[in-house]
Write a protein that binds this ligand. Structure first.
Ligand code: PEP
Length: 251
């Protein structure tokens, strides 16, 4: 059976000062130590903390990533950050198409697709987020929504090396509500099949993370599901003990 190494990723969103952000990274570096663990650990702090986070993580296996990037390599884009800049700092991953960016910044599937290609070109692994809203789930069109987001947000040559998919039901993000194991597994299996149908058998190796109010009390159950290969964690990733406990759940 194909082995997919679990990825536990923290999305700090717009949280963290230099003081508390570096303390959090330091706490994770200490927990990781020099040991080989059965999972990859990633934190995605705000841009302001990336340099410090990368420097602190150098002696460990902790990965650092960005929360977004622009489609262009460089240029007159005030306030934006390019994928090359993230890569230049030492980031390995970038989150793209998070539902908060889709909603707050009107990011379309086409834009996410273009960002994903730019991220690949810069040598980053793109974590492409998809997920249905509450009304889409209530009207029974979850799988149609996911199918369209997967088809339109991920460019033609995705591989298990350059891409991770995060399934994040919008109604579960930051709400304390979590998809049931059955709901999560249904969508994850559907995403896996869509990826294999489109990209071929190797795409079964693309990791699919669950995101949406994952915490120590529900992580074991979610991470044990056949098609859940890790988590994208918001709120609980801001606490080193909680985040570490979630990571331990997939060991
Ligand atoms: C997220 O924003 O990616 C997320 C999953 O947040 P939370 O864990 O807080 O629901």
């Amino acid at each position: 059976m194909l082995q997919r190494r679990p990825l536990i990723a923290g999305n700090w969103k717009m949280n963290g000062t230099l003081l508390d952000g570096t303390a959090l990274v330091q706490a994770l570096v200490e927990r990781l130590g020099g040991d080989t663990h059965g999972f990859d650990l990633l934190v995605c702090p705000p841009f302001t903390l990336l340099h410090a986070a990368v420097q602190l993580s150098l002696s460990s296996s902790l990965n650092i990533g960005g929360q977004d990037c622009h489609t262009a390599e460089k240029g007159a884009y005030t306030g934006d950050i390019s994928a090359g800049m993230l890569s230049d700092l030492g980031c390995r991953y970038v989150i793209l198409g998070h539902s908060e960016r889709r909603a707050d910044h009107s990011e379309s599937d086409a834009l996410v697709n273009s960002k994903t290609r730019t991220a690949w070109d810069a040598g980053l692994v793109a974590i492409v987020c998809v997920g249905e809203t509450e009304s889409e789930r209530d009207t029974g069109c979850t799988l149609d929504v996911i199918a369209k987001q997967i088809a339109d947000s991920i460019p033609g040559d995705a591989t298990e090396v350059n891409t991770v998919v995060a399934y994040e039901p919008v109604w579960a993000i930051g709400t304390g509500r979590t998809a049931t194991p059955e709901e999560a597994q249904e969508v994850h299996a559907f995403i896996r099949k869509s990826l294999v149908d489109r990209f071929g058998e190797h795409a079964a190796g693309i990791r699919i993370l669950y995101g949406g109010s994952m915490k120590p009390s529900n992580a074991t159950e979610l991470l044990a599901l056949a098609d859940v290969d890790g988590g994208l964690i918001g709120g609980a990733s801001l606490n080193a003990d909680d985040f570490w406990e979630i990571a331990q759940s997939c060991a």
